[in-house]
Write a protein that binds this ligand. Sequence first.
Ligand code: PLP
Length: 432
Amino acid sequence: MKEHRYDRSRELHEQAIQSIVGGVNSPARAFKSVGGDPLFVESAKGCRVIDADGNEYIDYICSWGPLIAGHANPRVLDAINSTAANGTSFGISTETEIRLAEKIRDMMPSIERIRMVNSGTEAAMSAVRLARGFTGKAKVVKFAGCYHGHGDSFLIKAGSAALTHGVPDSAGVTPGAAGDTIVAPYNDIDAVREIVEAGKGEIAALIVEPVAGNMGTVAPADGFLEGLRELTTKYGIVLIFDEVITGFRVSRGGAQERFGITPDLTVLGKIVGGGLPVGAYGGREDIMDTLAPLGPVFQAGTLSGNPLAMAAGLATLAEIDSPETYAQLDRRAAKLSEELYNAADDAGMAVTVNRVASMFTVFMTEGPVVDFASASASDTDLFSRYFRTMLDHRILMAPSQFEAQFVSTAHDDSDIDTTVKVARDVFKSLKK
Ligand code: PLP
């Protein structure tokens, strides 16, 4: 196998650290936990990314989830280009906002009313404020290892890059904000029951990734989401599904459709913006109508509902909205994750591969991985070696053990076969 060089990426990183903190605009890109300099991307098409040194990779980061229809999808690009020709932002409503809202409601019927924002972080923060305003209560329950963006309430035992970089409990969060967040173990309904019974009368919201993606992929245990629905209904707590990753990915209607549980509010991002900066939150009309301009909970945004982002989101949802698309994504992701497991197993390595639809994670542990504690048992040094060796052989996985990997409609069977072939050699070399 050929060695690849990263000289230009290294040079750009050295320039970047002179003006951009840590050289990156989001810690998830830093490669700090896997070693080596972060990559700089030159271009991408379909499932392939080309870096600044001209190395071409099969990409399973997919911009951390939004690019379910592949990089530079021609229909999405057309939508962006034709919209841009008419102006990029007005601060006044446009028709495309309505069309995207209607499309989301059609695919996810629990969303009776919606509000567009600019990121998943903003959507999750705003949904919790709304739940507090609606219920008149202060506390929020979240789960260890789940990530809901970088709002103060969520940076307590957070997942994703916060976990990867050793700051799951961020500095700068006031004791007041931290004190209003109660952390529960994922997939442990008895623990949640105890918490909500003890916190009776004080809990505004319970927020959960219905399939966790930010401690790596972890499926909800049988009865877990049902249990959350029952408990939150019983105690008048707003149940928020954070479907920033799972929305339109784990099925047409997200995790709520796949598992048949209707939340009160849903937080969206990623796919809904088709690769442009978007978030959204929506749900029960009576709760959403508490928002300004109808109600007393304030939330606003200069670029919210941005025409380019709306067009990209709408084109992406149109692109994937067919049973065949979801069946094909599922089949390819199943093949990939099964074969990755077999490749490791044949090399005599104990790994756990968790998959839900087209999101998956290879955990460097015997498993099972069902929550933050069992995910944390992974051998992260081994993961780093796996990541770097795969990268050297032109397969780009997320640079952290505690992330999901994604299959897009642009990954075809030969891309999956190539990936598996490389992984077989890589696992063998890691075992030596
Ligand atoms: N919620 C979940 C489940 C996420 O995975 C993320 C980001 O990865 C967020 C919220 C935050 O979204 P953003 O990075 O767009 O602010």
